[in-house]
Ligand binder design. Structure first.
Ligand SMILES: Cc1ncc(C[n+]2csc(CCOP(=O)(O)OP(=O)(O)O)c2C)c(N)n1
Ligand SMILES: [Mg+2]
Length: 801
């Protein structure tokens, strides 16, 4: 016997509701609680989405579809995957525990079927939109995988209605409209409750207008079939009008209070001693409560009709599905239910109601009134599980031995970046085909222009450059084509990082490797920081080149000059941060990055290499527009290795070295000049070129942990470099950024350290003015060296300002 679709999905819904609530209850009340902290979990938010998720996961979604699940409905996702046999009971029992199912869906910590990590509301939503754009990009390229019959997927977001307050969603909407978004569904769980309270009246109308404005279809699922049938009864119109006019908070309150309260209120307000009264009185309290909570988002038949109809086309669709927060639970509709948990007594009563015997709480069939064999057969036929593995993978793209550029005596790292990409664009290396660049309206000003001239802009429809067509001279060609390799974005750094996150997961989402490179101005990293963090958290792979940076962009004052970004580079997990001074360093770093971001080694519990390089990751390059004299040298493999590991000797110290200058990035000329001055009075002054404080620090931390675990021979790159220095040697660190970035170097072997850098909002001025003002010029470095070192100081110095 075959189970009818609705019977099957309704069993799935019931089970998902039970298991999600039980999973949270178990974590909070059954499992031993060692810390005395509330474990938490969101029973009400989960209950709100059970019907919608049962319909989608049980019937509508296909293996190629990708979903961002509202973070606090994570238990529903875990429950459904458990029912499908794709999540273990052990993980559910350990929900929110060590190595258990994650509080919020996590691509990296949960399994194969979490498509996007969510948690910071709004980000997952936008990520589905950008993933849809990436899917179009990849398919337009006609690569083998796309031709091999892997069907186009739909990118789906399940969204809390208060989540829609997050601005990044609207930034993404505008961008999606510009790029002709397709294959994207957003389902708003319209329970009219946020964390704190009940939301404003009439929000749905704002949403509807906004989405229609951006070219989306909007489908409002307000009433379930029971309600629709009741509206057809005599007196039904009065009921419908009453529901339509009922304020959200009153509807919520009555839902919480239940059948008797509904009866009293409805009789008071629409009772007419006639048909409306009969409509109400013909129902028991329980039937009346069921009728009033029969909203579109809790009616499988309504949902399926809507999803099935929308599946006939590829236009983006927003479904506004009316739901009840806490649907079916004792605190349904209560405004305080967001973090509410059922008490053990409530849970016990509800368990009985759900037909679950004590000790059988995790049993997949418990409490279901279906034929077990037919149910098992229906589970096997769920479209989503027709592929064992939904995640895809892609081959590694080979990287050229060297990345050349047109050398010049004086260059900035930003110009060098443009030159290297320009050469790559002109080459026919396979890597060049896979590079995709993107920028938030700063393509030209971050030196991507040369790349775009050759590789053109991506557009699903070709569009010629009108200026070129009209024969108006212009340095940059602005031509769109499906073959194009640059995705131009509007000025929204959040969008940049979410786009990089989507591009950087293409190998896993769509089975096609991309090498994404995004550019932006360094200070505006902070504008998109949470999106950058989430991109790293879900292990997207990309390069971000931030330029210009620091106070070195001198005439741009105030907070246009970045101070804290080197610290972001240092702390951001999953992101290797570099700040090269010279273009040959940049070339070595970029070459390494192209390989690094394709690596996929296992994240072993204990570090094997001190930098965990085998796991791969993303890369942040902090660049500058200041032209500096380039060194004339041959790049040996050893030097390139040191550059990538984070530091090398520009001037090697000796056993008698009294002071060492360690600089990072664009202040190289000041550090070199300071060493020249110091060398007049002191022997063996050392000069350490730091290309990555981040990697030096990570290696140092990892090696120390390894030693404490008993691996006594573990030694990191920076420990090895500083080892020859005597205990009395002073250390001066300097960079155009916060001094804390390098100040820790003194702790490596206990050297007295003076850390120079920028701490205050910048002024306008020349580079010399600003370096003097912030104490990172040659004079300040020499002063600091005198203070750090023992022995004879350099005399005839200028006083500090
Ligand atoms: C960026 C961000 N800010 C705040 C939170 C905390 N938070 C989690 S859920 C939530 C309310 C969500 O309400 P809604 O989107 O309506 O979801 P519901 O639980 O009602 O389904 C808040 C404020 C968060 N997770 N992320
Ligand atoms: Mg809500």
């Amino acid at each position: 016997m075959r189970l009818p679709r609705l019977t099957f999905l309704s069993a799935l819904e019931r089970k998902a509701l039970w298991l999600s609530a039980w999973m949270i209850h178990h974590a909070n009340h059954v499992r031993p609680n060692i810390d005395g902290l509330k474990v938490g979990g969101h029973q009400a938010s989960s209950a709100s989405l059970c019907t919608i998720m049962a319909a989608l996961y049980g019937s509508v979604l296909r293996p190629q579809d990708r979903v961002a699940v509202k973070p606090h409905a994570s238990p529903v996702l875990h429950a459904l995957l458990y029912i499908f046999g794709r999540q273990s009971r052990e993980k559910l029992e350990n929900f929110r525990g060590w190595k258990g199912a994650q509080s919020y869906p996590s691509r990296t910590k949960d399994g194969d079927d979490v498509d996007f990590s969510t948690g910071s509301v709004g980000l997952g939503v936008a990520q589905t939109l950008f993933a849809a754009l990436v899917q179009d990009y990849v398919r337009a390229k006609g690569w083998t995988e796309a031709q091999a019959g892997w069907p186009e997927g739909r990118m789906v977001a399940l969204i809390g209605d208060a989540e829609m307050d997050e601005g990044n969603i609207f930034e993404a909407l505008l961008e999606g409209w510009k790029h002709g978004l397709r294959n994207c569904w957003w389902v708003v769980d319209y329970n009219r409750q946020s964390l704190d309270a009940v939301v404003r009246e009439g929000l749905w109308a704002r949403f509807e207008a906004i989405f229609r404005n951006f070219g989306w279809d909007v489908i409002i699922l307000k009433h379930g079939r029971l309600q629709e049938a009741a509206f057809e009864e005599p007196g039904g119109k009065r009921l419908r009008d009453w529901i339509d006019c009922c304020p959200n908070d009153l509807y919520s309150a009555l839902t919480f209070q239940g059948g008797a309260a509904w009866r009293k209120r409805l009789l008071d307000e629409i009772g007419d001693q006639g048909s409306a009264t009969r409509l109400i009185e013909s129902r028991s309290d329980a039937e009346l409560a069921a009728l009033m909570s029969n909203l579109g988002g809790h009616d499988l038949s309504v949902l399926l009709d809507a999803f099935d109809a929308a599946a006939q086309h590829d236009r983006p669709v927003c479904f506004i599905a009316y739901t009840i927060k806490g649907f079916g639970l004792p605190f349904q509709g209560h405004k305080d239910n967001h973090s509410g948990l059922m008490t053990p007594a409530q849970m016990d009563a509800w368990r009985v109601e759900m037909g679950i015997r004590p000790g059988f709480e995790w049993e997949p069939l418990e409490g279901l009134n279906v034929d077990p064999q037919a149910y098992a057969a229906a589970l096997k036929e769920v479209p989503l599980v027709q592929e064992d593995q939904r995640r895809r993978s892609a081959l590694t793209i080979a990287v050229p031995e060297v990345l050349p550029w047109r050398a010049a005596p004086n260059l900035s790292t930003q110009a060098g970046f443009g030159l290297i990409l320009g050469e790559l664009a002109a080459s026919n290396h396979e890597l060049a085909e896979r590079v995709v660049t993107t920028a938030p309206d700063v393509t030209v000003s971050t030196n991507l222009g040369g790349w775009v001239n050759r590789r053109r802009l991506f557009g699903r429809e070709a569009k010629p450059d009108t200026f070129k067509h009209e024969r108006i001279p212009s340095t940059y060609s602005w031509e769109f084509t499906p073959k194009g390799q640059h995705l131009e974005l509007g000025i929204a750094e959040m969008n940049l990082f979410i786009m990089l996150s989507a591009l950087g997961l293409s190998h896993s989402l769509f089975g096609e490797r991309l090498i994404p490179i995004g550019t932006l101005y360094d200070p505006f990293i902070e504008r998109g920081l949470d999106a950058l963090n989430y991109a790293c958290y879900q292990d997207a792979r990309f390069i971000v080149a931030a330029t210009p940076s620091g106070v070195t962009l001198a005439p741009e004052g105030g907070a246009h000059q970045s101070i804290g970004t080197p610290l972001i580079g240092l702390k951001q997990d999953g992101l290797a941060a570099f700040e090269p001074a010279f273009v040959d360093e940049l070339s070595s770093i970029l070459r390494w990055s192209f390989e690094y971001l394709q690596r996929n080694g296992e994240d072993v519990a204990e570090e094997r290499a001190w930098l965990r390089d085998e796991t791969g990751g993303s890369v942040y390059l902090r660049l500058s527009t200041r032209q500096i004299e380039q060194p004339l040298r041959t790049m040996t493999a050893e030097l390139a290795g040191d550059i990538v590991n984070g530091a090398y000797w520009m001037r090697e110290p000796g056993p008698n070295t009294e002071v060492l200058i360690a600089y990072q990035g664009v202040v190289a000329p000041e550090a070199i000049a300071a060493v020249g001055l110091l060398a007049e009075d002191r022997r063996d002054v050392g000069l350490l070129a730091i290309t990555s404080a981040d990697r030096l620090n990570a290696g140092w931390q990892a090696a120390e942990r390894a030693r404490q675990r008993g691996n006594r021979g573990a030694m990191s790159h920076i420990e090895r470099l500083l080892r020859p220095l005597s205990r009395d040697c002073g250390l001066v660190t300097v960079l155009d950024g916060h001094p804390a970035t390098l100040a820790w170097l003194g702790a490596v072997h206990g050297h007295r350290t003076k850390a120079l850098g920028v701490e205050h909002f910048g002024q306008t001025g020349t580079i010399a003015d600003l370096y003097r003002h912030h104490g990172i010029d040659t004079n300040a470095i020499v002063h600091a060296a005198n203070a750090a070192a023992s022995g004879r100081p350099v005399r005839h110095l200028k006083a500090l300002p």
